[in-house]
Write a protein that binds this ligand. Structure first.
Ligand code: SF4
Length: 471
């Protein structure tokens, strides 16, 4: 074996909610699973949970003594600078491989900032990492960038892999369960996990890069076999499972079959899925989904306004959204809606209308984000060609001569105030209870943790002001 002991490192620290929410780093788990039979041993460290290894010296000592292959996942924009600093301070004599969405976008910057990175895996890395540990020469491995004689070499892209019978993550590599941790306090007793049953999405919403792989290639919609999905679900011990498919109900017949199999297998969990309003046309599927435990639907609505929906190529209009919600509201799903504000040509009152529209639909909760332009988004060209609209950085927010970033923050606060009033909080609690998302015991458990969180928050504020010393 070329490597005796590999470390799969998820370098994000702070609370479980800071990055990737409450869920495990699935992409890195796929890599670790593909590595495990090809190296002597794999250790999986998620720094959000590893207090001891958040200390750079302890982590470096461990790597120096034990590790000969270090695989690091960089997937998010947040903490990018801190993670570069962390990598720079790790031992430079260990083969260091970096991958993930953000790493793929920032290949040049990472090589420049971190002299100890040997190699970057671009795009989906399962096949690539296998070839690397089997000792295939770097020059023959597709989808990598590496250093050679002081230069960075970029190999050809790797074609997208078939996922029908791909291995799913080996959860025995984990050192802990995944909880909801806020300001250092575990506020829910249930545990979380994710499952990926398909990749890609056949829609082409203009702002979206989810359906692209990190190289900007449109990922053709591809499904895993249902037998393998059920086998994976049976191996999961967590209470709440997110199907991280871009759109879980893309193939309604398959989704219905999966619901049947979940019911037949007696698997009892709370499932969360990302979906589109079109699912409202499949009434039998909705009933089965409810029976199978699909309790939380995450729905991209984006805007109440037809002109914006058209601009974003969302594929439906306001009337169709209203019709869909008449169907959804006959069921007992907890529905969370996503909206985008600050769109091109959108006025302040049109943006603030999001709050009223969401209430009219009876959405349980919403998040609303400023329009952003990602690296491969087709919206980039539209913003660049619209006089008076600007975006200063890749993935950054769009602002305009009419609405500065400060104005947009003020508008965000107006939407929040108009939507999250007392009645809405009451609706959230009621739905959480009636949809049996969580039990009365879970809700009271979370409430019981509130004083502890407030004490921690207050202490952090005092530390910032220097009134007490940092812990
Ligand atoms: S926003 Fe959703 S539906 Fe639209 S392309 Fe992206 S993943 Fe598909």
């Amino acid at each position: 074996m070329t490597y005796k002991h590999a470390l799969a490192l998820y370098p994000y620290f702070r609370d479980s909610t800071a990055t990737m929410g409450v869920f495990p780093p699935t992409g890195l788990e796929y890599i670790a699973t593909n590595l495990k039979d090809l190296v002597g041993r794999v250790t999986f460290l998620d720094l959000r949970y590893e207090k001891e290894y958040q200390d750079v010296k302890t982590l470096s000592d461990f790597i120096r003594k034990e590790i000969d292959l270090l695989c690091i996942s960089i997937s998010w924009d947040s903490q990018f600078k801190e993670i570069c600093d962390l990598i720079c301070s790790l031992p430079d004599d260990v083969t260091t491989v970096v991958g993930g969405r953000k790493a793929t976008e920032e290949v040049e910057a990472l090589f420049e900032r971190c002299p100890n990175i040997d190699l970057i895996v671009r795009g989906e890395g399962e096949e690539t990492i296998k070839e690397l540990v089997k000792g295939v020469p770097y020059s023959d491995v597709l989808g990598i960038s590496y250093r050679e004689n002081g230069k960075v070499i970029h190999n050809e892209h790797r074609p997208l892999p078939d996922i029908f019978n791909a291995d799913f993550p080996d959860r025995s590599l984990r050192r802990h369960d995944y909880h909801w941790i806020q300001n250092g306090v575990k506020i829910a007793r249930f545990t979380f996990d994710t499952v990926l049953t398909s990749r890609g999405c056949p829609y082409n919403c203009k702002f979206c890069t989810f359906s692209l792989n990190p190289l900007g290639q449109k990922r053709k919609y591809a499904e895993r076999s249902l037998e393998s999905v059920i086998e994976e679900l049976k191996s999961i011990t967590a209470d709440v499972v997110l199907f991280s498919d871009d759109n879980f109900f893309t193939n309604p017949k398959r989704s219905e079959k999966l619901c049947d199999l979940i019911i037949e297998s007696g698997i009892e969990k709370t499932f969360m899925v990302q979906t589109r309003i079109e699912i409202s046309r499949h009434k039998e599927l909705l009933e089965k989904a409810e029976r199978a435990g699909f309790k939380i639907l995450l729905m991209g609505i984006e805007s109440p306004h037809d002109k914006i929906l058209k601009q974003l190529d969302k594929g439906f209009n306001q009337q169709q959204i209203r019709e869909a919600f008449k169907v959804f509201n006959k069921h007992n799903f907890y529905i969370h809606g996503y909206f985008i504000y600050g769109n091109i040509g959108e006025t302040e009152e049109e943006m603030v209308y999001i709050a009223r529209f969401a209430k009219e639909l009876k959405l349980d909760s919403i998040t609303f984000q400023k329009l952003r332009v990602e690296k491969f988004s087709t919206l980039k060209e539209v913003v660049e060609n619209t006089p008076g609209y600007y975006c200063d950085s890749v993935g950054g927010p769009v602002y305009s001569d009419t609405y500065s970033l400060k104005d947009l923050r003020r508008i965000r606060d107006r939407i929040r105030r108009n939507y999250y009033d007392f009645g809405q909080v009451r609706q959230i609690l009621k739905r959480v209870y009636t949809a049996r998302v969580f039990s009365a015991f879970d809700i009271s458990y979370a409430f019981a943790k509130l004083p502890k969180i407030l004490i921690r928050l207050t202490r952090r504020e005092f530390e910032k002001k220097g009134w007490v010393s940092a812990q």
